[in-house]
Design a protein around this ligand. Structure first.
Ligand code: PLP
Length: 439
């Protein structure tokens, strides 16, 4: 058995809080702790600033674009990484100035680019040659891109040790420009030829990185690229962003590197490569999950506990919660595992023994969420919390099976609760639809 990580940094609800939240807002319910989130962001920022003088910590809003989260991230000094017009609109609605947003996307629509330029987005991270030509066109038509700066997304050719669906920096990727085959250099030269405001380079090698070697070498490779662009073409990068990706504790088996160590490692990789070059770029990172995942839990109520015959293992116990695939698709997409804890001990609880069960949801397919240890007397009616769901939960939720997406409650620093995202209503589930009159 693996013991819990030495420093278990995950937020979890106490029994009283959990009961009160369930009573007030129902389940399933996403719960975020404001103090935990602010502390995580501050710790990351301080760690980054401690090893480099000029940093840009961006929050990758794909992880959680609830307006309250965006407002907190911005108040804690983050810029906001947005991956679509929708995420940019959410940041603006949360009061984040457009100039503090970076727009990503491997297939941005012209309308998205136009909207971002109209708003005065701070940076556009350029992903392919067609986008360069489109930006050139906007530049000609508008007499410049206004305040917007351009950053070139590079694929450094690094294979991280993580799930293939969250690996993004290898050579065989849909994202960015390959360094090794010369595309990155050609793209940079084309931007400069068109007179576009290129300021630097970006890479994101992957997510949930528990072995930071990939991130280290990604940082080193884009720094070396910047160096070459200076020595061979006289282009001086003023901005380098090494992406996000630091892992978090989903289960007791996960042991992410402390953020202080991680920042030191990444910064060292970049500064070593730039030594003596005269380049002193602003250094950016854009973590998502490392800032918000551990600050959130999902509160569910157990509906069914069922033990059935199972091949090889003899029997399997299913514990069905009142949510599942629609509020957390990560187990289905990535095979992600989570920790689940019972938060309400019924008066009938008789044992502290744990059993391994299959936690499942209430959707039509066999949505086995993950295997986990739970108290042996877990029973219908128990409240449970799934930890580390502050990232890629609400932002990936769907209304599959016409289940309303859960609400999000924010636990404020004074212990009170704020409903920052309400549950979908039945009316809005069908509001987009109509039935032709002859049907
Ligand atoms: C370009 C980019 N930046 C940042 C992130 C955030 O990753 P994470 O939440 O693992 O930090 C992602 C994740 O997909 C990404 O693609």
């Amino acid at each position: 058995m693996v013991s819990a990580p030495a420093q278990d940094t995950r937020f979890r609800l106490g029994e009283e809080q959990a009961r009160a939240l369930a009573e007030q807002y129902g389940t399933p319910l996403y719960v975020l702790d404001e103090t935990h989130l602010r502390t995580r962001i501050r710790r990351y920022r301080e760690a980054f600033q401690a090893c480099y003088p000029d940093v840009d910590l961006a929050f990758a809003s794909k992880a959680n674009s609830t307006l309250a989260v965006l407002a907190i991230a911005a108040a804690e000094g983050c810029s906001i990484d947005v991956a679509s017009e929708g995420e940019l609109r959410a940041a603006l609605a949360a009061g984040v100035p457009a100039g503090r947003c970076h727009l990503h996307g491997n297939n941005k629509q012209l309308e998205e680019i136009e909207f971002a330029l109209d708003q005065g987005v701070g940076k556009i991270v350029v992903d392919h040659f067609g986008e360069i030509e489109a930006l050139g066109e906007f530049h000609r038509e508008r007499g410049g891109l206004g305040v917007t700066q351009l950053v070139l997304r590079l694929a450094p050719g690094v294979d991280p040790v993580t799930h293939e669906k969250i690996s993004t920096g290898q050579a065989d990727t849909k994202f960015g420009f390959n360094i090794a085959d010369g595309s990155g250099e050609r793209a940079a030269l084309r931007l400069l030829e068109l007179g576009l405001p290129l300021v630097g380079f970006h890479c994101h090698v992957g997510s949930q990185l528990l072995d930071p070697e990939a991130q280290r070498s990604g940082g080193e490779l884009i720094a070396r690229f910047a160096l070459r662009m200076k020595s061979e073409h006289g282009f001086e990068a003023r901005y380098l962003n090494v992406g996000g990706g630091l892992g978090v504790i989903y289960t007791d088996q996960d042991r992410p590197m402390p953020v202080e160590e991680y920042c030191r490692l990444v910064v060292k990789a970049v500064t070593r490569a730039l030594e003596g070059s005269g380049l002193h770029p602003i250094l950016g990172q854009e973590p998502g999950r490392a800032l918000v995942a551990e600050s959130g839990v999902t509160l569910y109520r157990v509906g069914v506990v069922k033990t059935v015959p199972a091949k090889e293992v003899g029997t399997r116990t299913y514990v069905a919660v009142d949510g599942g695939l629609s509020d957390n698709p990560r187990p289905a997409i990535y095979g992600s595992r989570y920790a689940i804890e019972r938060v309400s001990s019924p008066a009938t609880a008789t044992t502290k023994d744990e059993v391994l069960v299959t936690v499942c949801g209430k959707h039509c397919e066999t949505d086995r969420l993950f295997e986990a240890s739970v108290p042996a007397d877990i029973a219908p009616g128990d409240l449970v919390q799934v930890l580390t769901t502050g990232a890629y939960g609400s932002s990936m939720a769907s209304t599959y099976n016409r289940y309303p997406r859960p609400a999000t409650a924010l636990v404020r620093p004074d212990g009170s609760f704020s409903l920052v995202q309400r549950r979908d209503t039945w009316d809005e589930m069908i509001a987009r639809e109509s039935v032709p009159e002859d049907l």
